[in-house]
Design a protein around this ligand. Sequence first.
Ligand code: FES
Ligand SMILES: [Fe+2]
Length: 335
Amino acid sequence: MHTQDREKRTYPFPEFPNGWYVLANSSDINVGDVKSYHYFGKDIVIYRSSNLAVHIVDAYCPHLGAHLGKGGTVVGNNLRCPFHHWQFDESGKCVDIPYSEPQPKACLKHWAAIERNGQIITYFSTDGSAPHCEVPEVNELQGDKFPGWSQSYFSKFEYTAHVQEVVENIVDLGHFIPIHHVEEVPHIDEMTFSGPRATLRYSTKNKVLGKIFKAMLHFEYYGPTYTVVKVKTMTDIVLIASMAPTANGQLRHRFHFRMKNMIPLLNPILLRIMAKQIEHDFMGDLPIWEHKIYREHPILCKGEGAIMKMRNWFKQFYSSETPPTKNAIPLKEVS
Ligand code: FES
Ligand SMILES: [Fe+2]
């Protein structure tokens, strides 16, 4: 079947909800690094100045359009363009031109940038609105300041989906047996919504290597794209789950894991095994997301009410001025 003959995947809301998006790990950007990324269909650059601050800026120089990630350098706290060596300060203002007066009109766009829980995060909104909540500092992820916990384990992978489908999936109880192979349909013990925050608790029973393990999961949502998950199973695991759109409907998903120490020398291996298991479970959904359409008015059965509650909560993250998503998240080819 030719691509143009296929169903189109459209959504009655915009492609990007307003929220906190993790773009990189803190350890990816050392002092003096200037690195190129592509998010929200835009080229951006992330750099760390001498005072340790991280900055996220548009990739193209306001002068004659050179890509700042291709040869741009950090000079003190400024970013210097590779083409004519104009320098931009931490507010984006042009502060130095080697052969002329600084041009105040030449301003480099800075994106919101914070560093928290070992990651670099921006706030993206389609209407320029202010952040709807703060990103918390999670004690268990603060390293030596919180003893008894392992080192961090980070992972990332990509897939095609709309952010809302990923969040909605967590309360879609009927898919847990067919897709995630749990032993019984989970029961939601708690689900609360309060402005941009939401909380969800449920437990599952999973079979790993022939043995059944019970896991209690506690999700804390800070807007649509930044979630702190606390898992109680053989030990305690804390993770940040986040996703950020790159281009053509792709999401870059990131996990940051730590676990309560179990056996000192084996902790890194045990964490890796458990993290891989969580990732593996998560990835069960990918083939469904990559091929599914969005049903605005689904036919649901008894016990599936949480899906619509989650959808209602999600509405607040879309700017009413931003048009709905048409064909931006292509369906994967069915071979
Ligand atoms: S293009 Fe950047 S300084 Fe000229
Ligand atoms: Fe799932």
